[in-house]
Each structure stands twice: as C-alpha cells, then as structure tokens.
Design a protein around this ligand. Structure first.
Ligand code: FBP
Length: 455
C-alpha cells in the first residue's frame, strides 16, 4: 500500500498560465539555499525552480547550498537531481539541503561568496528566507553588481511568522500551513478543556515579535483569551494589568462553574513588556541569533504568566480551582505537509524565481499577486528589494533592513478579532478547524488573515 507521503508527493500542482509555456534558451546554472527557520512549502520552491530551469534548457543545473548561507562560505554544495527533487515534492521540511542562520554581511564574507559564485559559474542565486535573509540578499546583489559579477540574486518570501508582507508581498509562505497545524491542535485542546472541565491551558505560539500567528489562530479557534503583543505595546499595558485581565477571566468563569479555559500567548510578548524581561534570567535575553533577535522561543512566558495569575488569585481569595497546564506550539508547524495553498504558492514562486533569473533580474524578491483569490486569478510579479529597505537600530547600530510587518491594529484582521473577543472570554465559543485538507471543498481555504486583508 502506498503511504500518504508517496501519494502526496506525486500529486500534480497547478501551474500559472504564465509558466505553462516557457521559452527555451541557454542552459542556466542556478544556486539555491534555505535561510532561517523551516517553513512548509520550501521543497516546492526548489521543485519549481528545478522544473523551470529544465524547461528553459535541460542542460541547466540547480546547485543546492547545504546548511543555509554557510554552505556558500564553507563551499558545501551539490548539484540537485530530478530524483532528489521528486522525493520532496509537496512535502514539508528543508531537509533537501538543511538550513541555517549564518549571515553573509562582512566584507570578507562578501568577498568569499563572490569568489565561490564565480568559481562555480552561477548565473543566479535564489535565497529562500525571511526579512533578514532578503535584506542580506539585497546586499549580496549590490556587492556582486559593484564588482561586475553577472549573477542575479533573487529572494523568496518565507517565514511562518507572517511578518514579511506588504501590499506587493501578500503573504510569506509557511504561514498558512503553520497556522492551520497550530489551530488544529488548539481546537483539539479547547474541546479537551470543555470535556475534562479541569484545566487552564496556557499555549505559547511561535511568531517572534509579531503576533500574526496568535491572531490567526485566535480567529480560527476562538479561545477565551488571546494576547496580542502589538496592542499591549500600544496601550502601554503593564504586566500587572495583563495578569489582572487573565485572573479576572479565570475568576469570572469559575463563578460560572467553569474551572477551565484556553489562553494564547505570542512568544514575542516579552519584547513588548519591559517588566517581563525583568522576570527572565539575563542570559536568556543576551542569547541572540546571528541577526540580533532575542531567542523568544526559549523563554517560558506562559509559565511566568500563569505563576503570576496563581499569586493574584490567591491574593484575592478567589474560589477558582486554577489548574494550569502548558504547551508551546512552534516547531510542530514548520515542516508539516504544506497546505494546498502553500504547495501551489511555493511551486509557482520557485518557477517565478528561476524565470526572473533567466530574464536577468537581480536584487528582487519573487512574488505572486492576488493570492487571496482563485488560483486562476494569481499573477506572478517581483518586488525590488532596494526601495523597501528602511533604517532601523539593530544590535546598537543603525542598519538598512526590511521592516518586520507587525499586526495592524486598525486593520480588518484585528478588528474582526475585537468583535468577538469579549464574548469568547466567558462563553465557550470554541471552534475546531480540524486537520489540513488535501482534497474536497476545504482544501483551497487559506488563512482568515489573508482573506480579510485582501477581500
Ligand atoms: P524565521 O524568521 O527564520 O522564519 O524563523 C521563524 C521561527 O520559527 C520563529 O517563529 C522562532 O522564534 C524562531 O524561528 C526559532 O528559531 P530557531 O529555529 O533558531 O530555534
């Protein structure tokens, strides 16, 4: 019997009309690498690049750099074969090549990258990454251009965090799948809470500084509380005020006979409330990744918050039977089978990236417009990276970067959340979206965020 993995791998992905007839040309040598955390759909980006290159000329080659950007610096790469690509089609994971967070940004590193690119004679390099990696893609492009090296650098918008988006890049790939995976599990937990009647579930969710993942999962599952970091920052809420909101809810629900509930906490909460930082061991705050980001996934904000809620309930002499239990949903959502949306989006992003290189474009991010609509309405496009860079303080220095897109508190997604927040607090309005669908009428459904933002 064929496994689901084998069946899914062979599934045909829809190709945009623009890519169905590709003009033939000279063979191309293109490099590809994954950068940063995995996100579902990355293997379809590689497959899309591969298939487009072969359509241009079957003598083309796709060279994969191993372990992320360090694969260039350490000269670790291999030519990808059709059978290797076929093994990962429509599956999650960056295991085709591995990924990493090494940054190419010192003069020596640029020089080394240039030397390797020239030696292996690349016509183009595709960097599959988030805001920081696409920023680096721009600077590598700029360096190669100034040094008259004819190698296009093209970025592809990846991150489960959903914080790499603009009017031109409607969504980063991986966000749709990750939110669906988390929402399935959150929905299950909500129903478990309502069945077991005895636990308060504190669920921390990945997403870095931005609360897009938490907001999307809240819309999909209607938990009792979902904290949104951007709102807390804007209102200037203190840790004590947040503890009060949660304790009030626990208390009020207990008085209604409900000693259970579900609360979603974005992992980036800590970045918005300075006092939380005061409660965290200093070494965890000093532990930064190569881009200067605090490693928020390692900080147990959910336990800290629950401990403070317990103390507050005790102080009040509350009748609540407060029995907290903890979850962190993060890595579970980064390598799941890509949703139909991510599988289709990524394959076409990959084709687009290869064809942008074929057309000599560099310093751009591959994009697809109208993705909130039917696939038949999708349109390939590209975004110049240079003009979207802004000056920001990073690691104590002003740097040009792609700004992280945070939750827009005036936008339709947050407004839609506000409409239901108060009701969800005390009532059990839980929704269970169930697992990702790969066939049938629900397979095309995308995130509520994308739908609300573009309809
Ligand atoms: P990217 O920005 O590289 O896409 O990372 C996404 C992410 O999953 C964050 O949500 C999370 O905070 C971080 O990676 C965890 O990093 P690591 O994989 O290094 O533990």
């Amino acid at each position: 019997m064929m496994s689901f993995e084998e069946i899914r791998r062979k599934e045909k992905i829809r190709i945009l009309p623009e890519f169905q007839k590709i003009a033939t040309g000279d063979p191309l040598r293109v490099g590809v690498l994954f950068s940063g955390g995995p996100a579902s759909g990355g293997s379809n980006v590689a497959a899309g690049i591969y298939d487009a290159l072969m359509a241009v000329n079957p003598k083309s080659e796709l060279i994969g750099f191993l372990g992320g950007p360090s694969g260039i610096l350490e000269e670790k790469f291999k030519t990808l074969t059709l059978s290797e690509i076929d093994l990962v089609r429509n599956l999650g994971g960056f295991d085709l090549l591995g990924t990493g967070r090494t940054k190419i940004d010192t003069p020596d590193q640029f020089e080394k990258a240039k030397e390797v690119i020239q030696r292996i004679n690349l016509d183009g390099l595709v960097i599959i990454g988030g805001d920081d990696s696409n920023t680096n893609a721009y600077f590598l492009h700029d360096f190669l251009l100034k040094n008259e090296v004819k190698c296009s650098v093209v970025g592809v918008p990846k991150t489960i965090d959903g914080d790499l988006k603009s009017k031109d890049v409607e969504i980063s790939f991986g966000f749709d799948t990750a939110c669906k995976v988390y929402s399935e599990m959150i929905g299950n937990i909500c129903i478990d809470a309502k069945s077991s009647l005895k636990y308060w579930h504190f669920i921390k969710l990945m997403g870095r500084t931005a609360s897009h993942v938490t907001l999307e999962c809240a819309l999909q599952t209607c938990p009792n509380i979902a904290l949104i970091g951007e709102e807390i920052a804007k209102e200037g809420r203190t840790l004590k005020q947040i503890v009060t909101i949660v304790a009030d809810t626990v208390d009020e629900r207990a008085r209604d006979g409900k000693n259970y509930g579900v609360i979603l906490i974005p992992e980036g909460l800590i970045e918005f409330i300075p006092e939380v930082a005061g409660e965290i061991p200093a070494e965890l705050l000093e532990d930064r990744d190569s881009h200067g980001n605090i490693q928020v996934s390692k900080i147990e904000t959910e336990k800290l918050l629950s401990k403070m809620v317990r103390d507050e309930l005790k102080r009040r002499g509350s009748v609540a039977k407060f029995n907290p239990t903890y979850h962190f949903f993060g890595y579970e959502g980064r390598c799941g089978f890509p949703s139909e949306f991510d599988a289709t989006y990524c394959y076409n992003l990959g084709m687009n990236a290869a064809l942008l290189i074929n057309n000599g474009k560099s310093g751009v991010m591959a994009a697809i417009r109208n993705v909130a609509k039917e696939v038949t309405d999708w349109k390939p496009s590209s975004v110049e990276l240079g003009p979207i860079l802004v000056e920001e303080m990073r690691n104590g220095k002003m740097k040009k970067v792609i700004a992280k897109a945070l939750v827009d508190l005036q936008g339709p997604v947050f407004k839609s959340f506000l409409l239901q927040r108060e009701q969800n607090r005390l009532q059990d309005n839980y929704k269970r979206p169930g697992p990702i669908q790969f066939s049938g009428p629900l397979k095309e459904i995308t995130t509520i965020t994308l739908f609300l933002e573009h309809n």
